[in-house]
Write a protein that binds this ligand. Sequence first.
Ligand SMILES: C[S@@+](CC[C@H](N)C(=O)[O-])C[C@H]1O[C@@H](n2cnc3c(N)ncnc32)[C@H](O)[C@@H]1O
Length: 418
Amino acid sequence: MPDIAGLPARRAALQVLDAVLRRGETMDVALPRAAGRLRPADAALARAIAGESLRWLTDLDALIDGATRQRLADDAKVRSVLRLMLAQALRLDTPPHAVVSTGLELLMGGPRRLAHGVFSTLMKQDVRLPVLPSLPDTVGDRWAHQWPDRVDAIRQGLAELPPLDIMLRDPASEAEWAERLGGTPLGHGRLRLPRGQAVTELPGYAQGAWWVQDMAATIPASLLGDGAGQRVLDLCAAPGGKSLQLAAAGWEVIALEISKRRLERLRDNLDRTGLAAQIVTADALQWQPQEKFDAILLDAPCSATGTCRRHPDVLHRFLPGRLDEMTQLQQALCDRAIDWLKPGGRLVYAVCSLEREEGEEQASSLASDRRLEPQPISPEELPASLDPTSEGWLRTDPGMMAEAGGMDGFFAARFVRR
Ligand SMILES: C[S@@+](CC[C@H](N)C(=O)[O-])C[C@H]1O[C@@H](n2cnc3c(N)ncnc32)[C@H](O)[C@@H]1O
C-alpha cells in the first residue's frame, strides 16, 4: 500500500530524533541518511519537524508529562511521536487532522490510542509553548552560572529559526548583491537574507559569487586581514567557510582537516567559487609542515553550543563529562600551531562554543604562553553592533543583534608569535 501523503517526512523526522537523542549523532549526519532519498520538499519538512522538536524539546516534554497519568519513558517511541506531533501543531501550524493521520501511522502496532488521547487532550486545552524555549538542565544550569546576564537573551535568540547569512566572494559587491537578493548588508561582504529560501536556486549561487556562512562565523578569518603573498594554515578546515574567506582575501591557503567526508563540502565550494586552497587530509596531532606559516587560523573542534539556533541538536548532545577531553584536544592543537608559526606570525584561536572552558579559559592560557603575545581585537575590525571584550577578544552569543535576527555564539582571540 502506498504511504499516506506526508508520512515519509514524518518517518524521517522520527529517525532523526532517535539518532540525536539515543545515539548522540548530529542532525547533519542523521538527516541525509533518513531523508536523503525523499523529494526536496519532504526532506525540508523532515528537517523542520525534527529541528523544531529539538528546539522546544524540554517544553514539549513538559506538556506530554502534564497530560499522561504514568510518565512515559524518555526513550519511549510514543513520546518521540508525540514530540513530533506537538511540534507540528504548535510551531509549524500543521492542521491537527494531518498531524494525527501521519503521527498515528508511525505507531502501527503500538499505543496509538494513548498518543491520540494525549494529543487531543492538549489540543482541546489549547496549550501553548512558552515565549522562550526552556533549556535542558545540562546546558541550562551551566549557562545560568556562566552567563547569568545573558541566558534569557540566548533563549530568546534560540526561539526563532535564524535568517540565512551569506558571505560574498568579492566584498566590494555588497550593495549590488543586496539589491539582487533582497538582503540586508552587514558590512565587509556579509549579507543577511530572509530564511526559508532554496539556497541553490538563488542568483549567484551557481556562479559561486557567495557561500552560506553565519555572520559570527565570518569574523575569525577576517581578523587575519589581507593575505596577499602570505601563507596561512587553516588548521581544522572543514566544511570550509573560513578557508574560502581566506582564499578570497588573497592568502595562499593550506586547509588541513582530519575528516574526508567533511572535506567534500570544501572541495565542492572551491569548485563552485573558483577559489584555491591546498587540501591536506591529516590528523593535526600527527602531521608536520615542511615550512612555517605567516598565519594560522585554529577554528578548533568544540562542543558547538554556540550554533544551537541552527543546530538545536547540540543542546541535547552536550555532555559536560566530555568537555575535559575537548579542552585537552584544543590545547594540544594550540601547542602545535604555535610551533608552526614564523616569528611575527599571527594565530587566531576560535570556537563556536558558549562554554568558557573552550573560549575564554583557553585564550587566558594562550595569553600566558611565553611564545605568544596577545594582539587585541579593535572595535573597527568588528561589525558595527559588536565590541571586543575588555581583554581584546571577541565574544558573541545567539541573543546579540536579536532584533536583526541574531547570530551564532562564537569566541575568538588573536596572538602574535614572538
Ligand atoms: C569547528 S570545525 C571547523 C569548521 C571550519 N573551520 C569552517 O569554517 O567550516 C572543527 C573541525 O576540526 C576537525 N578536527 C577535529 N580533530 C582534528 C584533528 N586532530 N586534526 C585535524 N582536524 C580535526 C573536525 O573534523 C572539524 O571538521
